[in-house]
Design a binder for this molecule. Structure first.
Ligand code: HEC
Length: 138
């Protein structure tokens, strides 16, 4: 009887230890596959990064489930793009904003807080223009 109790206690302790060991690593694993979006260090100005994160990263970064959006534009892979591709994407971004194509209206009807106002769109567009100039000069 005593042995059974001891075995039970030992087993229980082992289980607790296992849980304690695996729990933090689960959290670490989850955070590496899906990093906090603001950690996408792209060197974008903070105000730009914030708007993109708020209104675009739901679909246009690695952790997005929207495969179509990611093939068109994946900010997680931004720094792997050639200069020519960056320029083309920047141009597309400004156009998509001006034409009200992005974020998609279906998405906005479910997430009205993700909409960008005129000033925010302008800020992003001006940034795309500056960024294109910067790439051309380099
Ligand atoms: C709900 C998901 C979603 C959000 C949020 C979203 N997009 Fe998109 N985006 C898409 C999809 C899907 C496509 C591909 C559309 C297609 O090929 O028809 C796309 C395509 C694009 C393209 C390529 C367009 C082209 O002509 O090839 C650009 C640029 C773009 N998005 C910019 C943005 C920007 C900037 C934001 C934030 C302001 C944004 N998107 C937010 C889903 C999204």
């Amino acid at each position: 009887m005593k042995n059974q109790v001891l075995t039970f206690i030992a087993g229980f302790t082992a289980l607790l230890a296992l849980l304690a060991l695996t729990y933090p690593s689960c959290k670490i694993a989850a955070s590496t596959t899906n990093p906090p979006q603001e950690e996408l260090a792209l060197g974008f100005p903070k105000d730009v990064a914030k708007l993109l994160e708020h209104s675009c990263y739901d679909c246009h970064i690695n952790s997005s489930k929207n495969a179509k959006a990611k093939t068109k534009l994946n900010f997680s892979k931004w720094n792997d793009l050639s200069d020519a591709r960056k320029i083309a994407r920047l141009d597309d971004i400004c156009k998509a904003l001006n034409e009200g194509e992005m974020p998609p209206s279906r998405f906005l009807s479910k997430n009205p807080d993700k909409a960008l106002d005129k000033a925010q769109k302008q800020l992003l567009c001006e940034w795309t223009e500056k960024e294109i100039d910067k790439i051309m000069i380099e």
